[in-house]
Design a protein around this ligand. Structure first.
Ligand code: B12
Ligand code: SF4
Ligand code: SF4
Length: 374
């Protein structure tokens, strides 16, 4: 195996701004077979795309026979809010990775350049492909194999000095690069993350039922959020960082605060609920919040308003009560019931007049009938 070749690849990566890179062999990483159990348990919820090609995710040689090595990349992102946030900004309710411009866009040009440079370096016949997040890989298991951290009980890749507020990317190549050594596990007897999860999504250490995870419910899940899981969402609008926040390995990182794009920093719950769909979609462009879409974000905002019993949000909720998506309307009606009181009851009674979905109308009638007396 050519050690110089590996040094050259690492040098190219560093020159492009990838400071934390290491190599894993293009083989099945440890614990890869757990994916089958995870999928068979239905823990992927509605993320059907994860079940499509598990054989590729477990071992990429089943798709690309030429694959020999992974260059695994760990990227840091800000883990603190700026000091001068506009009042009412939703930013503290948004997962840290999404408080900036979409990271996929940010790193795309440098990853594409690295792919090209690795091909040039290897010469004729060399193959290389970059991926970030959306490729058929167990990125954390591979990065752990490469020694960029260990997989914690919360399933995050954690580095002893850099914590787990990191994102991953990789370049798959036909070049034979010497693999790096994995790190040891440093979770020890700690169980903080498992206890802190607000929806009880950890079935066991390392076993996450994603269909219960707030990150899944607020980003990936389409349609109404199961009622029993709504209280666990609390005030979170998009994603969840709780099992990272409580991890002692994140206590010591000192990074500069995030510089959010203005369209995110100024966004409030009322602005989300009041906005016309097309206007909100435009505002989300170029941010990770595009993933859940304007309807998903309105649904989430209504759940937050309900959980926090924000009576001052009633006017904005009513603006979303005629949304085309029944999941948005349902969340608005649910929020009315959580907020309670005569104004919320009157808003729900008005909704009954225009609601066309039979199930929703029945729910409204029942809820109005059982409305607690003041
Ligand atoms: C689907 C997905 C989700 C789903 C499911 C998450 C999950 N834990 O499976 C949801 C929507 C819930 C989610 C949430 C989040 N995600 Co996500 N997600 C992914 C994605 C696309 C695939 C993950 C996957 O394959 N899951 C299937 C399970 C089986 O795999 P796994 O969790 O990696 O599990 C492995 C280990 O647990 C290990 N294992 C199993 N048993 C055992 C036992 C022992 C002892 C050990 C050591 C290991 C071990 O082997 C498993 C592989 O078989 C990856 C990108 C990618 N292509 O890998 C990003 C990714 C994992 N997500 C990421 C992030 C940042 C998040 C969030 C923090 C976002 C947020 N703030 O809301 C949360 C964190 C929630 C959490 N605790 O995982 C980062 C993680 C970076 C890091 N440092 O770890 C990734 C890598 C995206 C990226 N490119 O940066 N995510
Ligand atoms: S991201 Fe939040 S909801 Fe999901 S497992 Fe971690 S603590 Fe639980
Ligand atoms: S909180 Fe504790 S158990 Fe959970 S990942 Fe961090 S060190 Fe491991």
């Amino acid at each position: 195996m050519a050690t110089n070749l590996k040094a050259d690849v690492l040098r190219l990566a560093r020159a492009l701004g990838f400071a934390h890179c290491a190599v894993a062999p293009a083989e099945k990483p440890p614990h890869a077979d757990f994916l089958d159990q995870w999928l068979a348990s239905g823990w992927h919820g509605g993320m059907d795309w994860l079940a499509r090609t598990p054989q590729w995710r477990k071992d990429i040689r089943t798709r690309y026979a030429w694959a020999r090595s992974f260059l695994c990349i760990s990227l840091e992102y800000p883990d603190r809010l700026p000091p001068d946030l506009p009042p009412g900004s939703v930013l503290p309710r948004v997962a840290r990775y999404a408080r900036m411009a979409d990271y996929h866009e940010q790193w795309r040009p440098a990853l594409a350049r690295l792919e090209e440079q690795i091909i040039e370096l290897g010469g004729p016949g060399t193959r290389a492909l970059w991926y970030q997040d959306t490729g058929p890989f167990l990125e954390r298991a591979l990065a752990a194999r490469a020694g960029l951290g260990w997989v914690g009980k919360n399933t995050m890749l954690i580095h002893p000095a850099r914590g787990s507020f990191t994102l991953l990317a990789l370049v798959l190549t036909s070049l034979e690069l010497e693999p790096d050594a994995p790190l040891t596990d440093h979770c020890g007897t700690c169980t903080r993350c498992l206890e802190a999860c607000p929806t009880g999504a950890f079935v066991e250490p390392w076993r996450l039922d994603a269909s219960r995870c707030v990150s899944y419910l607020t980003i990936e899940h389409r349609g109404p959020v199961p009622h029993e899981l709504r209280p666990g969402i609390g005030g979170l609008l998009f994603g969840c960082d709780i099992c990272n926040e409580v991890c002692p390995w994140n206590a010591k990182t000192a990074r500069p605060p995030v510089q959010p794009p203005p369209q995110l920093a100024d966004l409030t719950l009322a602005a989300i609920l009041n906005a016309r769909p097309a206007h909100l979609s435009k505002r989300l462009q170029g941010t990770a919040l595009e993933r859940t879409g304007e309807a998903g974000l309105k649904r989430n905002a209504a759940i937050v308003a309900g959980n926090e019993r924000l009576a001052e949000a009633l006017g904005a909720l009513e603006q979303s009560s005629r949304h085309d998506d029944p999941a948005v309307r349902e969340a608005v009606y649910w929020a009315y019931a959580r907020i309670g009181g005569p104004a919320a009851k009157a808003a729900l009674a008005r909704a009954q007049r225009h609601e066309t979905d039979e199930t929703l109308r029945d729910w409204i009638i029942e809820t109005l009938r059982d409305w607690p007396a003041a």
